[in-house]
Write a protein that binds this ligand. Structure first.
Ligand code: GLN
Length: 189
């Protein structure tokens, strides 16, 4: 199994370290053609506006749209913003995840924080939120995996997984393992 990590901007090295702890081979995706060689894709946290600029500049968008619509993808924080079909007040990017999302949604006072989040089918994890988005509305085809104070912070839709927070900044490998299981399932289909 080979997991690609979109490496245009943001926490891609942290994701590489995180998945190496799970014994998975990763590659840093810097060219659109590399999407053809991977079994799953991680869209890291960072700054979605900057990532979008680089996605367009390096000609990634068409391939990313078809990849994320059909193959396993895991978006964390800005990666979740990239996936959302609707970003309130901001443009849509990849747009394959059927949710309405708010960027930088936790307000200035709690712009960054950590708390325990219980995730359906995964268990308790520490959520590290850094100027994080949350999901206001998820369509019926989207499975809500976790909430924090009544807002949605983790979802799964088919082979798309997305969290508002950053598992790669913790030592808890459960979410990464959950994604690997999704990739395995896809490969065996
Ligand atoms: N605020 C960033 C954005 O909207 C996301 C922050 C993050 O990835 N930690 O793109």
């Amino acid at each position: 199994m080979k997991i690609g990590i979109l490496a245009l901007q943001g926490s891609f090295r942290e994701h590489q370290d995180y998945f190496s702890k799970l014994g998975v081979e990763t590659i840093l995706v810097k060219q659109p053609e590399q999407l053809d060689d991977i079994d799953g894709l991680v869209l890291p946290g960072g700054e979605s506006t900057t990532m979008r600029y680089l996605i367009d500049r390096y000609g990634f968008m068409d391939k990313l749209k078809s990849y994320c619509a059909t193959k396993p993808v895991f978006g964390t924080c800005a990666g979740m913003v990239l996936l959302a079909k609707e970003n309130v007040g901001y443009p849509t990017h990849i747009g394959t995840l059927d949710v309405r999302l708010k960027r930088n949604a936790f307000g200035r006072q709690v712009a960054s924080f950590e708390d325990v989040i219980n995730l359906k089918g995964i268990g308790d994890v520490v959520g590290v939120f850094i100027r994080a988005p949350y999901i206001e509305i998820a369509s019926d085809n989207v499975e809500v995996l976790g909430t924090y104070k009544d807002v949605i912070v983790a979802v799964k839709q088919g082979y798309q997984l997305a969290t508002s927070f950053h598992p790669e900044l913790t030592d808890d490998l459960k979410i990464g393992q959950f994604f690997i299981n999704m990739v395995d399932k896809y490969r065996n289909e």
